[in-house]
Write a protein that binds this ligand. Structure first.
Ligand SMILES: Cc1cc2nc3c(=O)[nH]c(=O)nc-3n(C[C@H](O)[C@H](O)[C@H](O)COP(=O)(O)O)c2cc1C
Length: 687
């Protein structure tokens, strides 16, 4: 047993106050039995309805609500439902393993318990039951600063060894009676109990430091600093319900704070008092320096929670954080913030695999977990469904709920054709996730997610790349997240699920702006918001095949670029019909690149072919093109399918070739057409 600090002895005081927060008259033992829990429910979404009548309106409102009109709260689930999973067949899935490794810790599944305040509102053992369930499931439990159980109580509940006692000469371990490192439950799960602590930075930095030291002493494995709550979001439901913490409960970790601050330690969270308390104690001036400071004092891995913008993610990595949790706080802070899942690809691109990305918000299905992993997450956090499970069945209920989620994950992996989860994100989201559905109007110019990778950028096949490539220094692409990319060894992935192709290009290159604007126009046109005259003018442009994607270095004239053109071809066309690769290339140069009278001359340097894993044929050709105005070298890859010819073209002036060659060869080797490729809707019937 570890020595207590600042905490009253753990007892069952919660039992006597059950009526304050739940309406259930059953004794807690009955509640904890969770008999037939898995038989009663088909999925964990169903728990919410049954939990509601067991809770007071105040407690239910506090748990379930979001801020303002709750748009972001709803969006969290809706965003997840807009992604599609593309299953692969004929893969041996007789053994499926959901386990993964996160920050050196083995987890039975890529799922964490989200930090949530005041868990004794729904069950007398609150955080203790939740933490034990997490340990039993072999998953990390993230304890909130705003918990109704203290750090020490939770550490004891899962039997974490005390670091300080193991080095003390009077400790039991030094006398050969070290406490078991595994609680029986977590031993059954085959993992160490894993506790993390979520920290809000206090105005009194010494108190923050105390908490950090305390969780380290007690064997917590990581710290999560939440940065999306400089002030509390406006929870209208809580206002209406005049939400307050029942008098027998308190925010245990703030008792120390309020004592240190000379207060009573009796923290009430009613209506505006709660907000005032929050702003009195919590530092609203948290900025990047604060994160650097926290990192400097944290003897544990530090994750930052509440980031959504790619630039913030990049900044956090530069400051040395060990992980990022993309989150909008379950829709409880800034309303109209996007769903975190939609920001995953852009943040993954910004972070470049340097630290793990985690995500939360609306996750309740095994397929939700898979979608997040495929979009670049290493793991997910689950929030409210676990509170409903705790309400209904205590520790056992939470264990069962997590069991259901893990079973769903395991089944979905098998159906998807994935047997194992790598510690890093699934490396080829192109093959796994497709963006489905129409972008809602409010998101048109945010266009995050995979659709954004389809946005095309400067340049065309003959090298008349838009000189607008970097006119604004790429700010538009960055601010609208149009450079949505998946990092692969210093390259970013362009993934166009609409046209159905993907390739890697240098991470620092920018997206072309002209094509972005046309893409935005096309979305507008499809939404039929334009007056008819404008629509006609835009429709006229449809007949001209233009690059579906193009990238180039910032500040260049556009001559240096990697672009893809998707053009319609006659039905029945195949690459083989153009002859062997050399023959096809010669014809291509003769008829397209440098036809007679064009003023251009072309020289073929090499030609070849390859097939990808799915048997798709690609022709590759390398050549130079000269005219009075320029001397260029090109590397092109062609593929044909579904009445479309896909051409990737890498081009630079002959002088700049040597510095671009490696990137070009990587782009050419990575170029692939995807099964998700669309039909020819944007193109004329035939050339
Ligand atoms: C009742 C409740 C209390 C929460 N308290 C905290 C908290 O103390 N600290 C924190 O970082 N996030 C807190 N969150 C946000 C969660 O950690 C998480 O981001 C969110 O609940 C995930 O969304 P989900 O509930 O849809 O799964 C809270 C969420 C809820 C619902």
């Amino acid at each position: 047993m570890v020595p207590r600090q600042h905490c009253p002895p753990l007892n069952d005081t919660g039992l006597s106050i059950l009526h304050f927060h739940t309406l259930d008259a059953r004794p807690p033992e009955t509640m904890d039995a969770a008999d037939g829990f898995q038989k009663r429910y088909s999925n964990i979404d169903e728990l919410a309805a049954d939990a509601k009548p067991l809770l007071t309106a105040q407690a239910h409102g506090y748990y379930s609500s979001g801020s303002d009109n709750e748009w972001t709260l709803r969006e969290n689930s809706e965003a997840l439902s807009r992604y599609r999973l593309l299953p692969r067949m004929c893969i041996d899935v007789s053994v499926v393993d959901t386990s993964t490794v996160l920050l050196g810790q083995k987890l039975s599944a890529p799922i964490l318990f989200a930090p949530m305040a005041q868990q004794r509102l729904c069950h007398p053992l609150g955080e203790l039951a939740m933490a034990r369930a997490a340990a039993a499931a072999g998953l990390p439990y993230v304890l909130s600063t705003m918990a109704t159980s203290s750090i020490q109580e939770v550490a004891e509940a899962v039997q974490l060894p005390d670091h300080s006692s193991s080095s003390s000469s009077t400790s039991s371990s030094s006398q050969g009676a070290a406490p078991s490192r595994l609680s029986p439950a977590s031993a059954a799960a085959g993992t160490d109990p894993c506790l993390w602590f979520q920290v809000y930075v206090m105005k009194r930095r010494d108190v923050t430091e105390w908490m950090v030291r305390e969780v380290h002493r007690l064997g917590f494995k990581a710290l999560v600093v939440t940065v999306d709550a400089p002030r509390l979001g406006h929870r209208e439901v809580d206002d209406r319900n005049k939400f307050s913490l029942p008098p027998h409960l308190s925010l245990k970790n703030l008792e120390a704070l309020t004592k240190a601050a000379g207060g009573t330690g009796d923290v009430q969270s009613s209506g505006s008092k709660f907000g005032k308390h929050f702003s009195d104690l919590f530092d609203q001036a948290v900025c990047w320096d604060t994160i650097a400071w926290l990192k400097s004092i944290a003897p544990l891995p530090l994750l930052i929670k509440g980031v959504l913008a790619p630039d913030d993610a990049r900044r956090a990595v530069e400051l040395g954080v060990d992980g990022i949790i993309l989150s909008n706080h379950g829709g409880r802070q800034l309303n109209y913030a996007p769903a975190a899942v939609d920001m995953l690809p852009a943040c993954a691109a910004a972070v470049q695999g340097r630290v793990p990305l985690l995500v939360d918000g609306g996750i309740s299905r095994g397929t939700d977990v898979l979608k997040c992993l495929a979009l670049g997450a290493s793991a997910v956090l689950v929030g409210r469904p676990l509170l409903w499970a705790l309400t209904l069945g205590g520790q056992k209920g939470v264990e069962e709920a997590i069991g259901m989620l893990k079973s769903e994950l395991e089944l979905s992996m098998a159906l998807l054709g994935t047997c194992r989860l790598p510690p890093n994100p699934i490396s080829n989201p192109a093959g796994v996730v497709a963006y489905g559905g129409r972008l809602p109007p409010a998101r048109r110019l945010i266009v995050s997610g995979l659709t954004a990778t389809a946005v095309a950028l400067g340049g065309n096949f003959l090298g008349v790349t838009s000189t607008l490539l970097a006119l604004d220094g790429g700010k538009l692409a960055a601010s609208t997240n149009l450079d949505v990319l998946v990092p692969v060894n210093g390259s970013r992935r362009c993934l166009d699920t609409g046209n159905g192709f993907t390739f890697l290009y240098p991470a620092k290159w920018l997206a072309d702006q002209t094509l972005y604007r046309r893409y935005a126009e096309r979305i507008e046109r499809e939404a039929a918001l334009d007056p008819p005259s404008l629509r006609r003018e835009r429709a006229r442009r449809q007949g001209v095949p233009e690059p579906a994607a193009a990238f180039g270095p910032a500040g260049s004239t556009g001559e240096e670029n990697i672009s893809v053109v998707v053009a319609p071809i006659r039905p029945g066309f195949s690459l083989q019909k153009m002859g062997a690769p050399e023959e096809a290339a010669a014809r291509f140069l003769r008829e397209t690149v440098a036809p007679e009278g064009s003023g251009r001359t072309a020289q073929l340097l090499g030609a070849g072919s390859r097939r990808d894993a799915s048997g798709e044929l690609y022709y590759q050709q390398e050549f130079t093109v000269q005219s009075k105005r320029f001397s260029r070298r090109n590397l092109s890859v062609l593929a044909a399918r579904n009445g479309l010819l896909y051409t990737l073209n890498c081009q630079s002036s002959t002088e700049r070739w040597a510095s671009n060659e490696a990137a070009f060869r990587k782009a050419a080797a990575s170029f692939a057409i995807l099964n998700s490729g669309a039909a020819t809707a944007d193109f004329p019937d035939a050339l």
